[in-house]
Design a protein around this ligand. Structure first.
Ligand code: HEC
Length: 121
């Protein structure tokens, strides 16, 4: 408990030193953290950890149990900015029946999110 608080304070201090969160980071955290983790090596949530997503082959986060429908539709594809945009716009169009029930209609928000994901390497 105390350690967690200390870690949190340290993190906050580091963030403050680095400047405020970018709009892309704020948007991504508010939209994705419910189901995903973003930090390197963090355990998976309901969805796979998204650190280093851009440039990674779909369905290959080590230790995450993807649904069969996701793998059937996405295997062999590599995440680039355009593919992530399409994914966020309509996950079910790309991989019908997959487990991610999230849709982002706002192109500006999608751009912010993709821009931030590109920095997570
Ligand atoms: C309600 C939970 C939920 C939310 C919110 C959510 N996701 Fe997901 N996401 C999932 C699940 C579950 C999967 C795995 C799907 C499967 O295996 O069928 C997934 C898979 C993914 C994948 C495939 C990753 C890979 O390793 O190939 C990407 C990319 C992704 N999500 C991005 C995002 C982003 C970016 C956001 C925020 C804008 C987001 N998700 C919000 C649940 C969610």
């Amino acid at each position: 408990m105390q350690f967690k608080l200390l870690a949190l304070l340290t993190l906050t201090a580091a963030r403050m030193a680095a400047g405020a969160e970018s709009p892309g980071e704020t948007m991504t955290r508010s939209q994705c953290l419910q189901c995903h983790t973003l930090g390197a090596g963090e355990p998976h949530g309901v969805g796979p950890n998204l650190h280093g997503l851009i440039g990674r082959a779909a369905g290959t986060a080590p230790g995450f149990a993807y649904s069969e429908k996701f793998l059937a539709a996405m295997k062999g594809r590599v995440w680039d900015a355009a593919l992530v945009e399409r994914w966020l716009k309509d996950t079910q169009a790309l991989a019908p029946g997959n487990g991610m029930t999230y849709f982002q209609d706002d192109a500006r928000k999608r751009k912010l999110i993709v821009g931030y994901l590109q920095t997570l390497k």
